[in-house]
Design a protein around this ligand. Structure first.
Ligand SMILES: [Zn+2]
Ligand SMILES: [Zn+2]
Length: 724
């Protein structure tokens, strides 16, 4: 009798390994890409995924056996393809991308067998302290599994099983995961204006084609982009497809879920880091089974196992929050386009101020360009005026110029609301000693400590280190010699309060006194007109609708425009445009006053004139001349480690090893913008290449030539968007 050899396969494990490992599988296994298995690795059992054919270099007798999970669940093949693509593009070990797609091993356990225990009718004849503790835990009536009961009661599982045998605990089925409701595409009838109708028709046609197509949905704040892409979502749902909507920040999801529910009759599934483990498991399973039809999520939702994805929407596509800067460095907007291409479905990028990359893709015809020209309903765009701070001077220690003060007074007198914007948390960005000039720095980073006066703390905005303001200068010992330099939102609020003592004022920044909840409360109070003036950082710029807000003042428009970063101007424009868009969103027209020392800068000119496209055209020319993205390619290599000399030495070694290649330039190593971060020294190398260069292949060849010490971490950032 001939023995059939066991099937074998390459199995990818969610670990930082170079690739898939060969395993054999039990006879009769239906071997297919995506099959979830348990695979032995050293002494451990590890969740893994059948990835492809075995390499076949290891003999059968030495091969370990991987066993399919109960019920033989399979990860969608297109998700596997996406994992490979992202790994290839970001130069990451594929297992680390797979880890992002698995996240939650419990999600693959069959749901029906989740037996748990509750108090039973019997009282055990023999009672011990351990048994009593278990029964005390169970007294709350919640169903729990044996290990959980044992752990909570600090008893052994045997004690729990003894109670089960004695009838003091009885088996019950854990409540099934609550089912997701099915969104109803026809729940609310919608009236669209002509622009909206045209855009919606174009998207609906793409969905009918059921193939990849990218569109930029381009419209000013308040022009009704959401209503348009909801029409596309409705069409995808009608055709039995799943829909993924990406939002840049969790803070925006609460409002958004409500909006979705108004349109579709129920909330979508959510996916972000604030969910409990159980919620994540529930959502993950429901996405994989197809039960969850629509998902609203943060960037990590791109790695969910959709079985029938039919539409991807990236709202506020220009937002920098889409770039993950730690761990696996990737841009969720770009990867969303890739996922859609692999799934063969349309992707919609929505923004009032698109990234230059997307703008160029749209104006060159690579993406469909769907424009919404007007504000929805009666609202008109606000009037925007520059205040030239070189001519209109403010007193030392004052940040509100006379024209700004006059406008605030008029707004308050008219019973309307105003907002002041400054993208700087805390009281003052710099604290220095008047006697010796010593600047208060973080002990672990090359950044200034920012005074937060309400909390009486000095805080590092890079690493979160904080300390009480010392009574004397650590450098010269002078007593009470510290002065605050420059404005933060707290300081602006202080000045405002002395000028308008009667006005009700609130501060909103991501760290105002008691965290995000307080910020949400400040925003709600503003919406309910319990606040007259809201003073805030960029968190007030996004997505909020304040109908009675008619005036916006920008304290320092030049902030962030001068740090030599390729995208600094684009970002400044996007942020200020968005801030300005808060004014006059209902019947009353808005006024925006922008304080600047560079009124002739194209960012300021574009804001004042409202000619957005002129700004984009200037940026496009500038980037094209500089061979900068999207007309050239960039990649950064960041080296970091505790041993500063070793990091610098490795940087020099790496620079020397760079293979000469046509169309490739290497800059650096130079100290990174934060050359000290959390105690780690950081050096950067920048690769600039022509568009046609295969940057990944170049980097792979380059990095393979250097064997750095394991005390130096090397991270590759393809298409960097920030330069810190
Ligand atoms: Zn001093
Ligand atoms: Zn720090």
């Amino acid at each position: 009798m001939l023995l059939q050899p066991a099937p074998r396969a390459g199995v990818l494990l969610p670990l930082p390994l170079t690739g898939a490992y060969d395993y054999k599988l039990p006879k009769g296994t239906n071997v297919q890409r995506g099959l979830l298995v348990t695979a032995p690795l050293g002494p451990r059992e590890q969740l893994g995924v059948v990835w492809g054919d075995a390499e076949g270099t290891v003999g059968d007798n030495r091969l370990k056996e991987a066993v399919p999970l109960d019920g033989s669940p399979v990860l969608p093949e297109k998700l596997c393809d996406f994992v490979d693509w992202v790994a290839q593009y970001t130069l990451s070990p594929p297992g680390m991308i797979l880890a992002m797609a698995l996240r939650n091993g419990r999600a693959f356990e069959p749901e029906a067998t989740r037996i748990a225990y509750v108090l039973g009718p019997q009282t055990p004849e023999r009672m011990t302290p351990a048994r009593q503790r278990v029964l005390d835990v169970a007294a709350d009536g919640l169903a729990r599994k044996v290990p959980e009961l044992a752990q909570l009661a600090d008893a052994s599982p045997a004690v729990v099983r003894g109670l089960i045998e004695a009838g003091a605990l009885v088996a019950t089925q854990l409540p099934e995961f609550e089912r997701f409701e099915v969104p109803d595409p026809g729940f609310m009838s919608v009236t669209l204006n002509d622009d909206q109708r045209k855009a919606a028709d174009s998207l609906v046609a793409d969905i009918a084609q059921a193939r990849f197509a990218a569109s930029l949905l381009d419209g000013v704040t308040g022009s009704g982009k959401t209503e348009v892409y909801f029409e596309a979502a409705a069409e995808a749902l009608r055709r039995g497809k799943q829909v993924l909507i990406l939002l840049p920040e969790i803070a925006l999801t609460v409002q958004f879920l409500e909006r979705f529910a108004q349109r579709f009759g129920c909330r979508p599934a959510e996916w972000h880091s604030d969910l409990s483990q159980k919620e994540r498991t529930r959502t993950y399973r429901a996405v994989m089974s197809g039960e969850a039809r629509a998902v609203v999520g943060a960037r990590s939702s791109l790695f969910l196992p959709f079985s029938e994805l039919g539409l991807v929407i990236v709202d506020e596509e220009h937002e920098q929050a889409y770039k993950q800067e730690e761990g696996i460095i990737y841009h969720a907007r770009d990867m969303a386009v890739v996922r859609a291409r692999i799934e063969g479905c349309p992707v919609v990028l929505a923004s009032a101020t698109p990234s230059l990359e997307t703008y160029v893709n749209a104006t060159s015809g690579r993406y469909a360009h769907l424009r919404l020209a007007d504000r929805h309903g009666v609202a008109v765009m606000p009037q925007c005026k520059l205040i030239d701070l070189r001519e209109t001077k403010t007193e030392p220690g004052s940040w509100l110029s006379q024209p700004l003060r006059d406008a605030l007074a008029a707004t308050l007198a008219g019973g309307e609301q105003a907002m002041l914007f400054l993208n700087r948390r805390g009281y003052a960005p710099l604290t220095l000693c008047q006697s010796c000039g010593h600047k208060m720095m973080c002990r672990d980073c090359s950044s200034w400590l920012v005074e937060h006066r309400y909390r009486k703390r000095l805080v590092c905005h890079q690493c979160g280190y904080e300390t009480a303001t010392p009574p004397s200068c650590p450098q010269c010992g002078a007593q009470a010699s510290f002065v605050a330099c420059g404005p933060g939102v707290e300081r602006v609020a202080e000045e405002f309060a002395t000028l308008f003592p009667q006005a009700r004022v609130a501060i909103a920044s991501s760290d105002t006194m008691h965290g995000p909840l307080e910020t949400q409360a400040a925003i709600r109070a503003m919406a309910k007109r319990e606040t007259d003036v809201l003073i805030g950082t960029q968190i007030v710029a996004k997505g909020h609708h304040f109908p009675q807000l008619t005036m916006v003042g920008v304290i320092d428009a030049d902030l962030g425009g001068s740090d030599g970063d390729l995208r600094a101007r684009e970002r400044t424009f996007q942020l200020l445009h968005q801030v300005a868009g808060r004014a006059g969103r209902a019947e009353k027209p808005g006024l925006v006053l922008i304080q600047t020392r560079n009124p002739n800068d194209s960012v300021m000119v574009a804001l004042a004139s409202g000619d957005r496209d002129k700004f984009y055209e200037q940026e496009r020319v500038f980037r094209e001349r500089a061979h900068a993205p999207p007309f050239g390619r960039l990649a950064a290599i960041i080296l970091s480690g505790l041993d500063g000399a070793l990091v610098q030495e490795t940087g020099r070694m790496l620079a020397k090893a760079a293979p000469p290649a046509k169309g490739v330039k290497i800059w650096g190593p130079t100290p990174a913008f934060y050359h000290l971060l959390r105690g780690q020294t950081r050096e950067r190398l920048l690769l600039q290449a022509e568009r046609k260069v295969d940057v990944q292949a170049y980097l792979r060849a380059w990095l393979a030539k250097v064997k750095p010490s394991n005390k130096v971490r090397i991270a590759v950032d393809i298409d960097p968007v920030s330069f810190f």
